[in-house]
Design a protein around this ligand. Structure first.
Ligand SMILES: *[C@@H]1O[C@H](CO)[C@@H](O)[C@H](O)[C@H]1NC(C)=O
Ligand SMILES: *[C@@H]1O[C@H](CO)[C@@H](O)[C@H](O)[C@H]1NC(C)=O
Length: 378
């Protein structure tokens, strides 16, 4: 064997040895890595396994709250007519409408329009409750009674964390997102259009200062939060208890069963906004009592949310072009049942309740309107 041959054999051996060592080492590393991975994988699997089961338990513990919209009405032709449309619009958003009617149910049965409206409300599946005014006017009791829903007997059917939304009987909402607190984010109340209007005087028996004004058009809060804000400890409120509560806040002589045009304009204005004055004051006090309450309340900012308003009502031919995604609600026409007003109002119904699934509802609404004007009417 020549020197060169021996040398190359040694080289080959060395290369092989080094190579084998490297390969062996690599195998060891990869084994380590894979054994580490296995070690990592098992707990990961176990963690994610228990994670999944935790998620399932967590989801089961989240109960979807029931959401009810609180509508009230004093039985005049003008206010009654639009209620079924408003009720159906809330139902379309998955909300249960509760209608509080101020008046004697037996007497209302004998009134053509009241009878028709109450009939269709029940047919649609709304809950209808009656209360009576004694020391205030029907419109005053109607407006303010919205704030007392969480103290009225029907509230016993709801859980403490269900949501009540006060709302206007002449407002057709387009979306739910502007009207409910996010309970998962620990929100308890939602004030819509919270910086839309200027401050308001507190109820006279509570002082002479002003507080930020929150529109009743919607104020949403959980049932227990409403009870906290308003200081309710009973669920037996009727018309008389509401009137007594109002007397404490506004003074014994503030309201009168025949408040008419004779009263001073300023006081008249205060009476008209009594509900807003009362709730704005109560919310203000609730915020002051605990900073957590303010943190648990969502207030929409940026002025008044755009809407379809009766003062700038679109022409019938422009109505289908309205983009409901960009609008909050419709503040509907008064006397929508009268001929020329119905021509203007009907296109909104086509827009809000469009599609085959609402064909029967639209037909029913047409029937309701023609029944409405068939007697004692325009
Ligand atoms: C993974 O969970 C199972 C079942 O709870 C258990 O028997 C096993 O020991 C766990 N494995 C590890 C590596 O924790
Ligand atoms: C209820 O209010 C109306 C006015 O809205 C009034 O005419 C009526 O007298 C009141 N009812 C009672 C029992 O006072």
């Amino acid at each position: 064997m020549s020197y060169e041959t021996r040398r190359s054999r040694i080289n080959l051996f060395l290369i092989c040895f080094v190579g084998c060592a490297v390969v062996f080492h690599l195998i060891r590393i990869s084994t380590n890595v894979s054994s580490k991975r296995v070690n990592l994988l098992i707990p990961t699997f176990n963690t994610s396994y228990s994670g999944i089961s935790k998620t399932l338990i967590y989801k089961e513990s989240i109960r979807r709250p029931r959401i009810a919209s609180i509508l009230t009405v004093s039985p005049s032709k003008r206010y009654l007519f639009v209620l079924p449309f408003v009720v159906a619009a809330w139902q379309k958003l998955g909300v249960e409408p509760i209608v509080i009617v101020v008046g004697d149910p037996d007497k209302l049965q004998k009134q053509h329009q009241a009878k028709l409206t109450i009939e269709i409300l029940i047919e649609l599946g709304a809950q209808v409750h009656f209360i009576q005014n004694e020391t205030t006017t029907a419109p005053t009791l109607s407006q303010t009674s919205r704030l007392f829903a969480a103290a009225m007997p029907f509230s016993k059917d709801f859980s403490a964390d269900d949501i009540f939304i006060t709302t206007d009987a002449d407002m057709i909402p387009f979306h739910l997102k502007n009207h409910i607190p996010n309970l998962l984010a620990a929100q308890k109340a939602y004030l819509y259009n919270a910086d839309c209007i200027s401050p308001i005087a507190v109820p006279p028996a509570r002082g002479h200062h002003k507080v930020p004004q929150y529109p009743m058009s919607t104020i949403a809060a959980t049932v227990s939060t409403w009870r906290e804000i308003m200081g309710f400890s009973s669920t037996d409120f009727d018309g008389t208890s509401i009137e007594s509560y109002l007397k404490v806040e506004f003074g014994q002589d503030f309201f009168h069963p025949n408040d008419g045009d004779k009263r001073k304009l300023v006081q008249h204005g205060l009476i008209w906004y009594a509900d807003q004055s009362l709730v704005s004051y109560k919310i203000h006090e609730w915020f002051k009592s605990n900073p957590d309450n303010r943190a648990a309340t969502t207030l929409t900012r940026g002025g008044c949310y755009p809407r379809i308003d009766r003062i700038k009502w679109p022409n019938p031919k422009d109505m289908p072009k309205q983009n409901l995604n960009l609008l909050g609600d419709a503040h509907v026409l008064e006397d929508g049942f009268i001929n020329d007003q119905w021509e203007r109002f009907r296109p909104l119904i086509d827009l809000v309740f469009k599609g085959d699934q609402y064909a029967l509802l639209r037909e029913r609404f047409d029937q309701y309107r023609s029944d409405y004007i068939a007697q004692d009417c325009c």
